[in-house]
Design a protein around this ligand. Structure first.
Ligand code: SF4
Length: 488
């Protein structure tokens, strides 16, 4: 079976992917009507079927995808880490494989908007890409898209997005799709970032057909990660006074964005905000007419944050921030008592831990002591797989999505998507890494924790080599009571 998305990216033909929002608000019949219309537009290589968009349940994406394919449109299915553990995600991959659905958009996903129970975030998007890549190594032809948001206007938010993209690429991503945004300086910045590192992963720029209602909502930062500047909001409001309610103006803006993306060297456009195939056809035609003037159009589309961070902007050199006392102290201790490699001290501690592990009261006491020390200092939640030393002594379990490889795309000026009055924990990781000159270390892949070790002592698990850590992988098997260690 051919895959037009894979082929277009491989041959460098500028292509279009159109988002089909499979939410409860859109009738399934309407979605499929759109799919039929899109299938008749040769430049459209896939329909991207959302799952759990905006943190709410919608139609079954697999059913929509299979029905879209039956109408001639190749699907690209969103697979999110929300409320599915790795077993559930593996099952979803089995289902995709069974239906020969090849294109997967691997996402962390939006935090659910309702529900009594905190949602499950067992894997993060980098770990999900790795999971899919493992399947691929087993001979299954998955094609993996990932998300990145260049539209971040603080240094930590912005650079960490790019670092995380590098991790996704290393894990096996085939194409990266940007978040919604209307700032060509940021589109360009992302492209330059990858080029400077010799990364040839194709980019699809997000082109959203922005109407007044959505603009008002995005101006308040909803949904998380989508942001409309006051200037753009004013422009959309003014346009909406036209006789057609601003329809022509928003399609024109979308076509101009496509022309700019093409000029910037993007592999294609990812169009959202309309389910009207005639609109998509119009945008594609108009973008082709505008292509020769792309530079001027790119210069006009600059709705960024005033005074916001841009990687290329020369800034006054500032003194390197001083690292907090606690990480400095813990690093010093780590150097004074090296236990991360084989040493007499490590062997002695491993023997002590083995003894404590066999003696139930001693083990329970150590578990209590560990939590009593780490909870007040780091917010420890006794996951049993401690990676504090790899994350600048910031506990990843304190992230509401329990991510281990960097922030999601929902941050807003360094604030958390889920708890907006709190800073995103990854800002502290970034700032401390920068202060210690350790930004490169942030590119290390951090595996998902072994959940069976919950509420056990991570110290024992560490010295007995049971936990998952960036420097080793564990072969996990439900048939085994304990995970088996293997070298990478
Ligand atoms: S053991 Fe787990 S929950 Fe506790 S500090 Fe370490 S990473 Fe966080």
């Amino acid at each position: 079976m051919t895959n037009p998305l894979r082929e277009a990216l491989a041959t460098g033909r500028f292509c279009y992917v159109v988002e089909l929002v499979a939410s409860a608000l859109t009738r399934e019949a309407r979605l499929l009507e759109t799919a039929s219309g899109l299938a008749r537009i040769p430049a459209v290589v896939a329909g991207s079927v959302t799952s759990y968009a905006g943190g709410a349940m919608g139609h079954d994406p697999l059913r929509v995808a299979a029905a879209a394919r039956a109408r001639g449109l190749t699907p690209n299915i969103h697979l999110t880490c929300v409320s599915q553990d790795r077993g559930g995600l593996s099952k979803s991959l089995d289902d995709l494989q069974a239906l020969s659905l090849e294109n997967v958009f691997a996402l962390t996903g939006d935090y659910p908007g309702a529900g009594d129970q905190p949602p499950v975030f067992d894997l993060d998007s980098v770990q999900l890409v790795r999971l899919i890549d493992e399947r691929r190594r087993g001979g299954v032809a998955f094609h993996v898209a990932v998300a990145v948001s260049p539209f971040k206007y603080t240094e930590a938010d912005c650079v960490y997005q790019y670092v995380k993209l590098e991790k996704k690429i290393a894990a096996g991503a085939d194409v990266a799709v940007t978040q919604v945004g209307w700032d060509t300086l940021k589109f360009e910045e992302l492209k330059r970032y990858l080029d400077a590192r010799g990364l040839r992963t194709p980019l699809l720029g997000n082109v959203y057909v922005l109407g007044p209602k959505t603009a008002e909502r995005m101006a308040t930062g909803r949904p998380p990660g989508c942001w409309v500047s006051p200037e753009l909001l004013a422009a959309v409001r003014a346009e909406s006074q036209a006789k057609d309610g601003g329809r022509r103006a928003r399609l024109e803006r979308a076509a101009r964005t496509v022309a700019a993306l093409r000029g910037l060297g993007y592999a294609g456009a990812y169009i959202g905000g309309t389910h009207d195939a005639a609109h998509i056809a119009w945008i594609i035609r108009r973008a082709e007419e505008l292509a020769p003037d792309w530079e001027g159009l790119a210069a006009e589309l600059r709705y960024g944050a005033a005074g916001g961070f841009y990687l290329a902007t020369p800034r006054k050199p500032t003194a390197r921030p001083r690292r907090d006392v606690l990480p400095r102290l813990l690093d010093r201790l780590g150097r004074a008592f090296p236990v991360s490699r084989d040493s007499p001290l490590r062997r002695a501690l491993a023997r002590v831990c083995a003894w404590i592990d066999r003696c139930r009261p001693a083990r329970a006491l150590l578990e209590r002591v560990e939590l009593a020390v780490k909870k007040p200092l780091f917010g420890c939640q006794a996951c049993g797989n401690c990676v504090l030393g790899h994350l600048e002594y910031v506990c990843p379990q304190t992230c509401p999505k329990q991510l281990r490889n960097g922030p999601c795309g929902g941050t807003d000026q360094g604030r958390c998507e889920v708890v907006p009055d709190k800073p995103c924990i990854w800002v502290a990781v970034y700032d401390r890494a920068k202060a210690s000159g350790g930004l490169e270390e942030l590119k290390i892949y951090v595996p998902a924790p072994d959940r069976r070790l919950r509420e056990t002592s991570s110290w024992i698990n560490y010295f007995l080599d049971r936990d998952t850590r960036p420097d080793r992988l564990l072969v996990l098997s439900s048939a085994e009571s304990r995970p088996r260690r293997t070298s990478r």
